[in-house]
Design a protein around this ligand. Structure first.
Ligand SMILES: [Zn+2]
Length: 190
């Protein structure tokens, strides 16, 4: 709701178009092609709140598109349990010609096993795990909402703690890699 400019007093225009002057079937245009008439009425939310919402929207993970224009629903949300970096969506085609998707640690893909191990997981299996989790959670919410809320807060606190530890470990690991690279460079010049 909070992404419509009508709420801050502006009126969007030219949102629809027709196929041609002969075919009058109407199509909704892409939002980037709309224009606006400003200050047509009293805003119902402040500009400040609007700006905050837009800023927040930018920080929400949306996931990257693959080369064939596909964005997996879990893209951008998965973190490698070992190194704390993002899991990358990869794709391949099976012998039968079916397109398959899997996730793996982005740093393992980019830097190899010297930085992090492979954490290959099929997207299909991951979807099943997440769906099972959602179903389980929904069942528990029906039974005891208060206990679930407390569990959720505790889990978030643990995650925040883990992320902090991981970034410290990453710092140490990078330090080790830097000294290893320095050693290799010096060994070559001997
Ligand atoms: Zn990793």
């Amino acid at each position: 709701m909070l992404n419509k400019i009508i709420y801050i007093g502006h009126m969007p225009q030219l949102r629809w178009t027709s196929l041609s002057y002969k075919n009058h079937k109407r199509f909704r245009k892409d939002e980037s092609e709309w224009t606006a008439v400003y200050n047509t009425h009293e805003p119902i939310i402040t500009q400040e709140l609007w700006d905050k919402v837009q800023e927040r929207k930018k920080s929400v993970a949306t996931g990257r598109k693959t080369k064939i224009g596909f964005t997996h629903p879990l893209s951008g949300f998965l973190i490698c349990a070992d190194c704390g970096n993002k899991m990358k969506l990869c794709t391949s085609v099976s012998r039968k010609g079916t397109r398959l998707y899997h996730f793996d640690c982005g740093y393992h893909i980019r830097y190899g096993k010297a930085y992090c191990f492979s954490h290959f997981i099929s997207a299909k299996i991951l979807e099943e795990i997440v769906l099972d989790d959602i179903r389980e959670m929904a069942k528990r919410i029906v039974l005891d909402e208060k206990a679930i809320r407390e569990d959720f807060i505790r889990h978030n606190a643990e995650l925040a703690d883990k992320t902090m530890k991981n970034s410290i470990n990453n710092g140490k690991r990078m330090g080790y890699l830097n000294s290893y690279a320095y050693f290799c460079a010096n060994a070559r010049s001997l």
